[in-house]
Design a protein around this ligand. Structure first.
Ligand SMILES: [Zn+2]
Length: 1095
């Protein structure tokens, strides 16, 4: 098979790209590119045939019932195209003209519209000999936020697998006590004395808390261990000081705005582009009440009680509350970034640029580095030495989404065909040709930018150099001018030196009693009849190359012959589940169009055949085994879609027992809840990976099913897990079908191997995500879709050079859904620094949190959860203490000074610490935790951002005619006004909270009922009403769903209603019922930790 002829649907440069007019199809690889009106990756790009919006004809897809269904409190999932963000980018742009203060090194300028004060050059302590390590690395023994779960009554249904029935949910919300003890706003029990105004030195990012932040240490007790059993009478830890009336009005004294510049200007970075588009600031440093004078806060640790779980000596004077408006606000940071960076495209031509935040809507122009949609880093400026890196404790990691879907305005990577010789690579390190390779000797050789090896340029690739040493055809070749592109792979890159066959999808449907009873089987079979028309296609292909097969199972397996020549499908039963075999080859995997009649007949018959089943037991491992064997027999890669309902207790390999035990929580054995109960699934997963068999698992449990074990194979094969607790077709079909449609249509790369190469001095050492590794460098993915990320951590193995910077090259070898073997290459150049300040100035906190969460979530497999939480806190304190010591200007030790780019690190880290995996509430099930744990493993930065810090949008504050998304408010109960309505979403859950004193007109417009009391709590569908408010709210809900990779089911929550407990779980700035600290308290605690490290 000749590569050049192999794939008609993939023209080398299918899409004109204005920036590179030179890319014509003829220029590359001589592919005829037949007509190909489509871009190479149809489905990576634009909307998949619009299917999700409009149900295909002839399907009985019931519209969402508009009546209030028995309120399932479910959670999540969502629609499709993730780029339909509302126009936050349109907000008025840029700071005022006086703002551009100074440009700092690191390829970005910091300035702040709110801090024109910054005239005073900041002090920078040059990086010198490492400080006495004792100072920075002092152990924070015994410190730990949180502690035993609070004795909260178990509101059921919280979290990820809430019961579907409202009755059961509400029944278990013993409301009163909780509300009673949890007054509005949750004032930290302690108060503070009036603050010392203390004029702030104008440094950027000096937290206004600063000078007045004198810890009680002078007299106050050091906080005792943060964990430990709760003592009797101890609420959420800490002495029960009741002082609900916290002061939230700013104290009289005013400080200069909190945004000041720190860090020295320093020399401009080597590759700094003079005309940086639109970013005056990385993250605006204004905390809280932006424009106004900064209030000062008084003092001591208000939050002590949150952490303490031992009584400790009584606190001194109850201090007043720290003003939450004055501590760094995620909302403000997000808004500022949108305003400052949302209007200009992000051009990737400059090394080490920090991209706009994930919450900012921006376009990317590839000019030599991979788009941040493909790669985001914790820092874009890497310390030159490992000593520096160790000192800072900032993890050096990249979150890579190799097949990320792009917004329609951005071109998919071009496909380059180097013909039979294959892609050009360095002979020594095997890096692929990229824009950073240096051509020498008049173009006859090139020096590898990764390993410095000098290679010959093959004659057919030779080109002259211009006077700058650049090849004259550099801009005609994607691999010489772009950050991301693809190569057609030759047969050398294929398994067994044979070009692959197109992949196959096998649908494997549980037909046991539970699956039938809930309506799942009928719903699914009906849906598949039409969904099969939307299997992933490549480019302009008329039909999908993907073949399909069908299996049903309970305790035994049923294979179906759906060969097109048959009048009726034939069933073959495999009852020997101990050693499954595939009973038929011919007729099992078929082309949908050819076998349509037989398939339709089968899908009609399956629900009937098993309608009266009494079989409740299921097998699980043999099902996967059978699917994998079928792919093996067909010699192709593919995907299994498993629809499964129960713990597999039938006698068979992989049989499981119910080992759920909540008593293990907060013990050393808690980790076993996250570990698989048998090694059989790892072994099975390994075989699947070898075959390129990816497994997507849809779970419909109504009790414990051991997600930790069942998700092993999906996790190791690059698959996805979906969970619909207490599924009932009539209530949950919209969510399930949305997820299913999206999942089936997703473009997937099969049988993939990913390798990350780096320039000399750093090395990829650790990997997180859904994949398998059989050695230390190759990430093996049976399947990889456009939503999944692989997070890679780097470590030094030598000194880096400031001039040459550091390079990453991610190469993903995969089989496309049409069966074409390809290599996708992403390149990224980072700066290197000898000043710690440069590191801190070029960090990305959202990525850092993504990494830290994944690291912690993996940690719970092996360590007690408490240890994991402790080490997160310690690391965060070390990061911030190092900054304080080396980069901030001298100031009172009582000041908390945060790096501008990391000022949200405490609030976000606190959200990770109190997440269900690390600190579960009483209502979170073991399966929920295992489920979330594995979900987070593959999340991208935008997903972890909103997952840990949910978005809370007030709906009636902005004018009704406004078409932009309303500005979010901070996730805290005190931000809620009872006269308003709010949407809250975190990528998995979606709530509509209705305040008790919302105007009647609003209630009428949205719910079509006369008063607040008539609104059905737990409602999941808003009535379709013809008025502006109703349209606007429903439109916003649709738009939020469209931004997320899973369908988010709506839950309407009324203020003071029992269901409100569910909702409050997501108000992450507040103290949580499970004992998680409030933001204010955590910040105080973090300050104390830092001071301890510094002293
Ligand atoms: Zn090399």
């Amino acid at each position: 098979m000749n590569v050049n002829q192999s794939a008609p649907p993939v023209p080398p440069f299918g899409q004109p790209q204005p920036v590179y007019p030179g890319y014509h199809q003829s220029s590359y690889g001589g592919q005829p590119g037949p007509a190909a009106p489509h871009i190479p990756y149809g489905a990576y790009n634009g909307p998949v045939p619009g299917y999700q919006q409009t149900p295909p004809q002839g399907v009985s897809r019931a519209p969402p019932s508009s009546g209030p269904p028995p309120a399932s409190t479910a959670q999540a999932a969502c629609g499709q195209a993730a780029y339909a963000q509302l126009g936050q980018g349109d907000v008025q742009n840029g700071p005022s003209s006086t703002v551009q203060l100074q440009r700092l090194p690191g390829s970005q300028a910091f300035g702040s519209p709110l801090a024109p004060v910054v005239s005073q050059p900041a002090v920078l302590q040059p990086y010198g000999p490492p400080p006495t390590s004792a100072q920075v690395t002092a152990q924070l023994a015994g410190m730990q936020i949180s502690g035993a779960a609070a004795p909260a009554p178990p509101p059921s249904g919280l979290g990820y697998g809430p019961p579907t029935s409202l009755a059961s949910a509400s029944g278990s919300f013993p409301n009163s006590g909780l509300y009673g003890s949890y007054p509005q706003g949750q004032a930290p029990p302690l108060s503070q004395t009036q603050g010392h105004p203390g004029v702030q030195p104008p440094q950027r990012s000096a937290l206004p808390l600063a000078s007045s932040f004198t810890p009680p240490a002078s007299g106050g007790p050091r906080m005792p261990s943060m964990t430990g059993p709760l003592l009797p009478g101890q609420g959420f830890g800490g002495p029960p000081v009741s002082q609900p009336n916290h002061v939230s009005s700013p104290p009289p004294q005013a400080l200069p705005p909190g945004t000041q510049m720190t860090g020295a200007p320093g020399p401009p970075p080597p590759m700094h582009s003079p005309q940086q588009p639109g970013y005056q600031l990385q993250q605006n440093g204004s905390f809280g009440p932006a424009q106004g004078p900064q209030p000062s806060y008084g003092s001591p640790y208000p939050g002590v009680p949150t952490f303490g779980s031992q009584p400790g000596p009584p606190q001194p004077l109850p201090p007043k509350r720290l003003d939450p408006d004055a501590i760094p606000s995620p909302i403000q940071v997000i808004e500022d970034d949108r305003n400052n960076r949302g209007s200009e495209p992000f051009v990737t031509g400059v090394r080490g640029q920090v991209p706009p935040l994930v919450t900012t809507n921006f376009l990317v122009k590839d000019q030599g580095n991979a788009s941040p949609r493909y790669i985001r880093c914790t820092s874009y400026n890497i310390p030159c030495t490992s000593d520096m890196a160790k000192q800072a404790q900032v993890p050096l990691a990249a979150v890579i989404k190799p097949l990320a879907r792009l917004p329609p305005e951005e071109a998919s990577p071009y496909v380059v065909d180097h013909g039979e010789s294959g892609p050009l690579r360095c002979n020594r390190c095997k890096a692929y040709m990229c824009p950073f390779m240096q051509f020498v000797e008049g173009g006859r050789r090139f020096q590898c930018c990764f390993c410095s090896c000098v290679n010959d340029v093959p004659p057919q690739y030779f080109q002259h150099l211009d006077h700058t040493g650049k090849r004259v055809d550099a801009y005609d070749r994607p691999e010489l001018s772009l950050g991301s592109y693809e190569f057609l792979a030759t047969v050398d890159y294929c398994k067994n030196n044979k070009f692959p066959s197109p992949p196959a999808f096998i649908f494997m449907i549980d037909v046991s009693y539970n699956a039938i009873r809930t309506g799942l089987v009928r719903l699914l079979c009906e849906e598949l009849k039409s969904l099969l028309d939307f299997l992933p296609r490549e480019g302009g292909a008329e039909e999908s190359a993907v073949r399909v097969g069908f299996v049903t199972y309970n305790k035994v397996l049923h294979f179906y012959n759906v060969k097109s020549s048959l009048a009726q499908p034939q069933m073959m039963v495999v009852s020997d589940v101990a050693d499954v075999f595939v009973p038929l080859l011919d007729g099992f995997l078929v082309n949908v169009n050819e076998s349509r009649a037989v398939i339709t007949s089968l899908l009609d018959q399956i629900p009937e055949m098993f309608a009266d089943t009494r079989e409740t037991e299921t097998v699980f491992a043999p099902v996967i085994q059978a699917g994998m064997e079928a792919l093996k027999a067909a010699e192709c890669a593919g995907k299994l879609f498993l629809f499964h309902t129960s713990l597999p207790i039938a006698e068979a390999p992989g049989k499981l027992k119910n080992r759920d035990d909540r008593k293990l929580i907060n013990t050393d054995k808690e980790k076993t809840l996250f570990q698989p109960q048998t090694g059989a699934y790892q072994t099975l997963a390994k075989e699947c990976v070898a075959q390129g068999c990816c497994v997507d698992l849809f779970l419909f449990p109504n009790q414990y099913v051991d997600v930790a074990t069942l998700s092993v194979v999906p996790q190791l094969t690059g698959g996805s897990v979906y969970k619909y607790a207490c599924f009932q077709a009539e209530n949950d079909q919209e969510r399930f079908l949305s997820d299913l449609r999206r999942d089936v249509q997703k473009v997937v790369g099969f049988d993939a191997v990913m390798r990350v190469r780096t320039s000399t001095g750093i090395r990829a050492v650790d990997f997180f995500g859904a994949f398998y590794m059989s050695n230390t460098t190759d990430v093996e993915l049976a399947g990889l879709d456009g939503d999944k990320t692989v997070t890679v951590e780097f470590k030094h193995d030598d000194r880096l050079n400031e001039d040459s910077g550091a390079l990453l090259q991610c190469a993903l070898l995969y089989t496309s859904c049409a069966g074409q073997r390809r290599l996708r290459i992403h390149n990224l150049a980072l700066n290197c620094c000898t000043q710690l300040a440069d590191l801190y100035r070029n960090c990305e906190t959202d990525t850092l949190i993504n990494y830290m969460a994944k690291f912690a979530y993996r940690g719970v497999l092996n360590s007690p959860v408490k240890t994991v939480r402790d080490s997160l806190i310690t690391q965060c304190a070390q990061i911030l203490a190092c900054y304080r010591k080396n980069c901030a200007s001298p100031s009172s030790a009582g000041q908390l000074i945060l790096p501008e780019c990391m000022k949200l690190l405490p609030v976000y880290l606190n959200c990770v610490l109190k997440s269900d995996v690390l600190q579960p509430g009483a209502e979170v099930t073991t399966d929920d935790r295992a489920y979330v744990r594995q979900l987070v493993t593959s999340m991208d930065v935008a997903e972890t951002n909103v997952f840990f810090y949910p978005r809370l949008l007030p709906l009636t504050k902005s004018p009704i005619e406004s078409t932009t998304e309303p500005p979010a408010v901070r996730a805290s109960e005190e931000r809620l006004s009872s006269g308003d309505i709010y949407l809250l979403e975190n990528g998995l859950n979606l709530f509509l909270w209705v305040g008790a004193s919302v105007q009647q007109g609003v209630v009428q417009s949205l719910f079509s009922v006369a008063s607040f009391s008539q609104i059905t709590s737990g409602l999941s569908v808003l009535p379709v009403l013809d008025n502006p408010l109703s349209k606007k709210v429903r439109g916003l809900i649709d738009s939020l769903r469209a931004q997320r990779s899973r369908y988010m089911k709506l839950i309407v929550v009324k203020q003071e209603d029992k269901l409100e407990m569910l909702f409050k779980h997501f108000l992450v700035e507040d103290k949580s019922l499970s004992g998680g600290a409030s933001y204010v308290d955590f910040l105080c605690h973090m300050h104390k930790e830092i001071r301890q490290l510094l002293s």
